[in-house]
Ligand binder design. Structure first.
Ligand code: AP5
Ligand code: MG
Length: 206
């Protein structure tokens, strides 16, 4: 199964990808996570990506497409993939059609007014990469799963979040029409409990 998770920042793509990728036995490939890891390792790609990410802008198509093409050529993608955060422009979607066209595209939909709270309250574990919301944490700094230290993403500040939402509506939302036109789009109401969103995603794929 070759699957894409589309949806605005904070829709729950990363949260849902963990369970769905293990259920489908395909690797979870998040371009945002790949860039954050490249930044941590100070690679040339990471250094280039950082200035765009900090501003809430998209990293140039040529950089992202080359990175994804290389990743999809790896052995663990032989049975498919779950792409989270790619494609984000029509140019990226057209490139993916030539590399390994997706079977289905899940659009996780959440109203903008809910996204700001989800993103400003998000905390991520430095050790296991688990994602949480402060409203569900007993201790804002301690991972409830592995005990690792929690941090706030640099781009989860209100000013950057507002740029990311604008960029999503201008450059990524047109992909909803693009994939609907190809007959591969499945729309999911993401404004629901995480476990219910998970079941809706799996049912849509049956
Ligand atoms: P990326 O890391 O992909 O960020 P994003 O798309 O902005 O999405 P997020 O990771 O912020 O949200 P999510 O949908 O994964 O939500 P999550 O599950 O964490 O990209 C970062 C940057 O990298 C981009 O801005 C860009 O610069 C660059 N980049 C990446 N890919 C690129 C590309 N293809 N082209 C160009 N540039 C690219 O959940 C969020 C919060 O909500 C958490 O607190 C969570 O606990 C909570 N939550 C989740 N589900 C629910 C629920 N059902 N109910 C209540 N709360 C929930
Ligand atoms: Mg994510």
């Amino acid at each position: 199964m070759k699957l894409i998770f589309l949806g605005p920042p904070g829709a729950g793509k990363g949260t849902q990808a963990t369970g769905v990728s293990s259920h489908l036995r395909v690797p979870h490939i998040s371009t945002g996570d790949m860039f954050r890891s490249a930044i941590k390792n100070q690679t040339p790609t990471g250094l280039e990506a950082k200035r765009y990410m900090d501003a809430g802008q998209l990293v140039p198509d040529s950089v992202v497409i080359a990175m994804v093409e290389e990743r999809l050529a790896m052995e663990d993608c032989a049975n498919g993939y779950l792409l989270d955060g790619f494609p984000r422009t029509v140019e990226q979607a057209e490139a993916l059609e030539k590399i390994a066209a997706p079977d289905a595209v899940i659009d996780i939909e959440v109203p903008d007014e809910k996204l700001l709270d989800r993103l400003t309250g998000r905390r991520v574990c430095t050790k296991c990469s688990g994602t949480f919301h402060i409203s569900k944490l007993a201790d804002e700094k301690l991972c409830p799963v592995c005990g690792g230290e929690l941090y706030q993403r640099d781009d989860d500040k209100p000013a950057t979040i507002s740029n990311r939402l604008n960029v999503y509506h201008a450059q990524t939302a047109p992909l909803i029409g693009y994939y609907a036109g190809l007959g591969r789009l499945k729309r999911i109401d993401g404004d629901d409990r995480p476990e219910d969103v998970f079941h809706k995603i799996l049912s849509s794929l049956e």
